[in-house]
Design a protein around this ligand. Structure first.
Ligand code: NDP
Ligand SMILES: N[C@@H](CC=O)C(=O)O
Ligand code: NA
Length: 375
């Protein structure tokens, strides 16, 4: 085989989190024919178990990775994993850890991994939208060791959002405003719930379907409270604020600093499990139906949008009404995200990115795309 990848040491990949996105990522990664693949899958960690094979006997496409992991006796242990991966980082070997969880505990390990020269690739928003201190530790650890952190799938899932934003900024364009529908869940919910007519499906029923389709966060309240959108806006804002032209943006201590209008009825705040939350939601269907009637009286639809207004120095997320002929009303379907970049160059017409913004296949594609950037 004359592929360049056969002449370069393969990137050793450890996957943490084997849920919806994690499983799909492993399947996509293992479907690259081994001689052509630039990767060796050397470790898997679920919330309870871990499997470490080392680079001499990586997990291959013919292995049943689920059975291998299920039969492993080793408990999940991120400190032990760090020690194992440290041994693999060498002059020629490169190691990438893929975090497919939504765990803060896993996110807190990024500075350690990066310092050890382990690249971090992830769709998990927690680290980049959480406490500013963790974010700055991630930046400095990456600078110190040269290991990269890549998080394209944190915003718009597989859609190119982070990469074009970085390119706009790096080439000297100035961002005026980014606005759009950033949540696949909220998009699915309102594309189906609010179509401009006073009638339609019950709010709780479309939320339940969005969950079944794999669009929601592990706990759907994390979508409905607007925090998922606030996290995505924080990730974009922090990239913009790193440039002098973004200095008018407020410096966000965390996603909680974003002005966010939650859709969670107060009585459902703090419900610990997603199942219970979904069970109680029908109690509030009438309240949501009223919002739909009000919007339809104005010939409008409801959409949950996010805005990073650089010129106005504001970052906000909330439910808005749009005329039935607005692109947010006419051009979105399924879990579509639409992201409009208004910049000095892309003005008066914005650069627009649109397509499925949630779901296992497209999210895993975004993660695998980031892994391929390391090659
Ligand atoms: N689904 C989507 O469309 C998108 C998801 N994302 C992000 O991708 C990530 C994964 O989402 P998704 O796959 O849908 O969620 P899932 O709940 O299906 O998967 C998350 C997995 O992480 C595991 N996990 C939790 N804590 C740990 C830990 N400490 N160590 C190892 N594994 C752990 C859970 O294991 P267990 O089941 O045993 O608890 C679970 O299987 C999230 O951060 C989400 O925000 C981003 C874009 C789109
Ligand atoms: N729950 C999120 C998943 C992607 O980030 C969404 O609905 O957009
Ligand atoms: Na993306």
């Amino acid at each position: 085989m004359s592929s360049a990848s056969t002449h370069q040491p393969k990137i050793l990949v450890a996957v943490v989190g084997v849920g919806l996105v994690g499983s799909e990522l492993i399947n996509q990664l293992l479907s690259i024919p081994p001689p052509l693949s630039p990767f060796k899958l050397v470790s898997l960690t679920s919330s309870s178990r871990s499997l470490f094979t080392g680079k001499e006997s990586p997990i291959g496409p013919n292995d049943s990775w689920k059975s291998l992991l299920a039969s492993s006796k080793a408990p999940a242990d991120l400190k032990a994993l760090t020690e194992q991966l440290k041994q693999l980082v060498g002059e020629k070997e490169r190691v990438a850890l893929v975090d497919n969880t939504s765990s803060e505990e896993v996110a807190a390990f990024y500075p350690t991994w990066l310092k050890e020269g382990i690249n971090v690739v992830t769709p998990n928003k927690k680290a980049f939208s959480g406490d500013a201190d963790l974010y700055s530790k991630i930046l400095s650890a990456s600078r110190e060791s040269g290991a990269k952190f890549l998080n394209e799938a944190t915003v718009g899932a597989g859609l190119p959002v982070i990469a074009p934003l970085k390119e706009l900024l790096a080439t000297g364009d100035k961002i005026i405003k980014i606005e759009g529908v950033f949540s696949g869940t909220m998009s699915y919910i309102f594309n189906n719930f609010s179509t401009g007519t006073p009638e339609g499906p019950a709010f709780s029923s479309v939320v339940a379907i969005a969950r079944e389709k794999g669009y929601t966060e592990p706990h759907p309240a994390d979508d409905l409270n607007g925090f998922d959108v606030a996290r995505k806006l924080t990730i974009l804002s922090r990239l913009i604020s790193s440039m002098p032209s973004g200095s008018s943006l407020p410096s966000l201590q965390s996603f909680a600093s974003v002005q966010t209008a939650s859709l969670i009825p107060p009585a459902l705040e703090g419900i610990p499990t997603g199942d219970e939350f979904i069970k109680r939601l029908p109690e509030f269907d009438d309240e949501f139906a009223k919002l739909r009637v009000e919007a339809s009286k104005e010939n409008k639809v409801l959409r949950f949008v996010g805005v990073v207004d650089v010129a106005g120095g504001q970052v906000r997320a909330g439910l808005e009404k749009y005329p039935t002929d607005h692109p947010f009303a006419t051009s979105l379907g399924g879990s579509d995200n639409i992201i409009m970049f208004h910049t000095e160059r892309y003005s008066p017409r914005p650069l627009i990115v649109q397509g499925a913004g949630a779901g296992a296949a497209v999210t895993a594609m975004g993660v695998l795309g980031d892994l391929l950037k390391l090659v």
